[in-house]
Design a protein around this ligand. Structure first.
Ligand code: ATP
Length: 885
């Protein structure tokens, strides 16, 4: 075996650092480049499209290597982090010239990770949450922080599903675990694209405010998070707010699929904000307000008193239009105080940021006086708490120039009159500049060279510049030539050099003094970070509440009344987003009524009539009510809901690898198991994802289960008309339908919800609207009428009574040259059975139905129905029908 060659000292140093950051790309500074080696180089070169080379090939080292120029490093880091990787930057800590032949000292100066990267745009309305999770016997701890706003929260959840939900709702890119965290949970999180960062040792030496957390295991979770932040950030974390504990059950719960089904934050089709509830409600004037609105929407309240308080403020803003609009004007001038506070803590704040902070603080007294002027007691009490942080405003006002530069090391940022010594230096350098101007005039006169100039460069300081055409006039005895350019010559004189040192010294000293003074100011501001954060908190709440009032006014929303009973009445309710999108008031309002006898509204109606819209409207109304906003209705009375469950549309969970039907069943299962009488369940066409009879049987069984065991307010839409007959058997179920009518063979959607079941399904009319070929439509019409004739022999009511038995789908002999129509009455497969085993009571019921049916369907499939006349087929079907009974 060939003996392993010893690494060079540099590679030894590299490997030492790489060992400390095994899960990050290590960018290692060598000369003007940041290099990657070994696997990092192979993978990095692919991701960043860099050329892969080898180090010391000739010397036999042959180590894979690729690099990026030092000045372009930020772009490459961004690309890696955007793709979900971590990067550790290893810099040279001394000038290589000073290393005296030894290895240059290096050290990792920062670690950039997806969860800790801060948005570069100042007005970002997004949070970037880094999370940490711990597992004890039966509880998971979850802590999260947003580094740019300083928010730190922690909670405990009881099962893996809730943990995944919280992580998805937070939209976290990265989660921190300790080495002992059970591996089996991590694989699933990876599937959701969450980067898992492991740390083995906790940091001990830091101060952090844990006083508001009681639970010891939650303290440990926060410690894990803070340790990771210390290890990666390597800078002050003073702006992190005291950690706060929250309970998921103190909010209206919605799992991640409900949030996405209801399009609260992302439009399902476009993945963008447009067309979502957030998009509708966001009339906030500040980025912090916008972020808070998103947080409120993700966690609606269940406390009536808190909700009434929010409603009250919305009403106050509605009643005081003029004060509200001047409040908005001032609010627009408030910058992102949370992020400014973050930058102050990090030490990355510059003069411009401080001017933004001062401008923001200047608005506060005005805001206070406008709001106090309204004269509302509750608002007054709230507003009086506002600390104007005027000492900081005055400090910045006195110290920092209005047009402050970005750089804090080049001077020009401290105002005259702030510091006596600085004024002296500035004076000297200003006088020096005047002296240079007079020198120029004097030399022009003495030499007669009118275009003689005085300039400065870093190599030899101040000089006199004369164009070639005039060099014969230069006084050789006084002028000493320094540089020849294409068009001119540059000279120095002893007089110029004498003064130069005075001018430059003053400039140098003033710059370093300015930096020192700036640093002092920054520290003074940093000491007041908590006050700035408290101000940001109050302003962002007021911002969201004014935003609610703007929307409520524009769309004529009303304050919902919260009641204790198991009842709900919404009069003339609307879907807020569809209403906004539809022009000229064309949205048809509808009532929703649950009296105390009703649990389930069974909604039928043609495709496209508005069933989903009606159900979503209800869910969004509940969410809006429970964030304290007014609701799109003429009046609304409702209880407080504890949980919203949804099964809407085909939000396939492609990541988990489950089929549409499996997702449908999982969501149904979740609702049946976890819903209480105070929950809202929205089921849109449950059962349609499988064979017709399985689907119908499941739908019926689920409805019965809800009626018997759950009693949650449930809206259930279906195309299985047979189910409408359940109204006779289940006292808690009421039929409603969305109306449509036929005019001259065309379907007219009335979008009006009326009592009772729908009479027809109009599927073929909708197909016509979709532009299907005439041949297909007329063939479908014929098949339909044959089927309808057949059903004269059947009694649909029997088909849903226990023991349920539905008639098999009769198949009609095709006409020549027409493609056979797909038969969707498949036999339940073993897979289906596995899926059905999710909740036992429902499965039992389904099995009763499908065993009988399965036999008959098997018989049918052995017959050549296609070869029969419709009459022969119908006769056969009639016999089967009898068998089933
Ligand atoms: N109340 C209403 N007023 C005006 N337009 C409406 C109303 N309800 C629904 N619509 C319009 O009708 C369209 C179809 O509605 P929706 O998707 O709710 O129908 P659906 O009955 O659930 O259809 P399907 O059974 O095919 O899923 C919506 O996109 C919307 O534009």
């Amino acid at each position: 075996m060939p003996q392993k060659t010893r690494e060079t000292p540099m590679m030894e140093q590299y490997l030492e650092y790489k060992k400390q950051y095994p899960d990050a790309f290590l960018l290692y500074r060598v000369g003007d480049f940041y290099e990657m080696f070994y696997d990092d180089a192979v993978k990095g070169s692919q991701i960043l499209e860099l050329t892969l080379t080898a180090r010391n090939k000739k010397a036999g080292e042959n180590i894979p290597m690729c690099g990026v120029p030092h000045h372009a490093i930020e772009g490459y880091i961004d690309t890696l982090v955007d793709k979900g990787y971590k990067v550790a930057v290893c810099d040279q800590l001394e000038n290589p010239a000073d290393a005296e032949g030894k290895m240059v000292k290096r050290g990792v100066t920062r670690v950039v990770t997806p969860g800790t990267i801060m948005d570069k745009s100042d007005q970002s309305k997004e949070n970037n949450y880094i999370t940490a999770i711990t597992a004890t016997k039966n509880v998971f701890g979850l802590a999260y922080a947003d580094l740019s706003t300083g928010e730190v929260k922690v909670t405990s959840v009881e099962n893996q599903l809730d943990l995944t939900n919280e992580l998805q709702n937070l939209d976290t890119k990265e989660t921190v675990v300790s080495g002992s965290f059970p591996q089996k949970y991590l694989d699933q999180l990876r599937k959701y694209g969450i980067l898992i960062s492991k740390i083995e040792e906790l940091e001990e030496n830091y101060t952090f405010d844990f006083s508001q957390i009681i639970d010891e295991s939650e303290v440990s979770t926060v410690k894990l998070l803070i340790s990771y932040l210390i290890k990666t950030q390597m800078r002050s974390l003073d702006h992190l707010k005291p950690a706060q504990s929250y309970e998921t059950s103190s909010y209206l719960l919605m799992d991640h699929s409900a949030q996405s089904n209801l399009e609260l934050f992302k439009n399902i089709r476009t993945n963008k904000k447009s067309g979502t509830l957030l998009w509708l409600l966001d009339e906030t004037k500040t980025a912090m307000g916008s972020r808070l609105l998103k947080q409120w929407l993700a966690r609606p309240l269940i406390s009536v008193s808190k909700l009434k308080r929010r409603q009250h403020f919305v009403q106050v803003f509605l009643d005081n239009y003029f004060q509200r609009s001047s409040f908005q004007d001032y609010l627009t001038k408030v910058y992102d105080l949370e992020r400014l506070a973050g930058r102050v803590a990090y030490g990355t704040v510059n003069g411009r940021d401080l001017i933004q902070l001062r401008t923001s603080l200047e608005q506060v007294p005005e805001i206070k006086s406008i709001l106090l002027d309204i004269g509302d007691d509750e608002l007054t009490t709230f507003v009086e708490k506002i600390d104007e942080v005027s000492d900081i405003r005055e400090l910045i006002d006195k110290a920092i120039v209005e047009e402050a530069p970005i750089s804090v090391t080049n001077g020009g940022l401290i105002k005259e009159g702030y510091d006596e010594q600085l004024d002296k230096y500035l004076d000297a350098s200003k006088n020096g500049k005047q002296w240079l101007a007079s020198l120029k005039a004097k030399e022009q006169e003495l030499t007669g060279i009118n275009n003689l100039k005085i300039g400065y460069n870093k190599v030899f300081g101040y000089y006199i510049e004369v164009s070639h055409a005039n060099t014969d006039k230069v006084p050789e005895d006084r002028y000493q030539r320094k540089q020849t350019l294409v068009n001119a010559e540059r000279y120095i004189t002893p007089e110029l050099k004498d003064k130069e040192s005075l001018i430059l010294e003053a400039e140098e000293k003033s710059k370093s003094l300015e930096y020192h003074l700036f640093d002092q100011i920054r520290k003074k501001v940093k000491d007041q970070i908590r006050r700035i954060q408290a101000l940001a908190n109050i302003l962002s709440q007021l911002d969201v509440l004014q935003s609610f009032s703007v929307i409520s006014e524009e769309y004529h929303y009303v304050a919902p009344e919260f009641i204790d009973d198991h009842e709900l009445q919404i009069v003339n309710g609307r879907h807020p987003v569809v209403e906004k999108v539809l022009s000229n008031n064309s949205y048809i309002p509808n009532d929703v009524n649950f009296d105390n006898q009703t649990d389930i509204l069974l909604i039928t109606g043609p495709n496209m009539s508005g069933k989903s819209t009606y159900m979503r409207q209800m869910a969004l109304t509940v969410i809006m009510a429970q964030i304290g906003c007014f609701v799109p209705a003429e009046s609304a009375k409702m209880p407080i809901f504890d949980h919203i469950f949804t099964r809407i549309g085909a939000a396939d969970d492609l990541i988990s690898g489950d089929s549409t039907f499996m997702v449908e069943m999982r969501e149904a299962n979740d609702a049946l198991k976890n819903a209480t009488a105070n929950s809202l369940i929205i089921f849109d066409e449950i059962g349609r994802g499988t064979a017709t009879y399985d689907g119908m049987a499941l739908a019926q069984a689920i409805i019965e289960y809800i009626d018997k065991h759950v009693n949650a307010m449930t809206m259930f839409s279906t195309h299985y008309h047979e189910l409408t007959e359940l109204e006779e058997q289940l006292p808690g179920l009421r039929n409603v339908h969305v109306d449509a009518s036929e005019e001259n063979g065309d379907l007219v959607f009335l979008h009006k919800v009326l009592p009772g079941p729908a009479d027809k399904s109009y599927g073929i009319h909708v197909a016509k609207l979709a532009g299907l070929p005439d041949d297909v439509l007329s063939r479908a019409t014929k098949i339909l009428s044959s089927l309808e004739e057949t059903s004269v022999h059947t009694t649909t009511s029997d088909s849903i009574k226990e023991p349920a038995a539905s008639e098999p789908m009769p198949v009609v002999k095709p006409e020549p040259k027409v493609e056979p129509v797909a038969d969707d009455s498949e036999i339940a497969t073993e897979d289906d059975d596995a899926q059905l085993s999710l909740f036992p009571e429902v499965t039992q019921k389904v099995k009763k139905i499908s065993t009988k049916e399965t036999q008959v369907i098997k018989e049918i499939s052995n017959q050549d129905l296609m070869g029969m006349t419709p009459m022969e087929a119908m006769n056969l079907i009639y016999q089967w029908q009898k068998k089933l009974k």
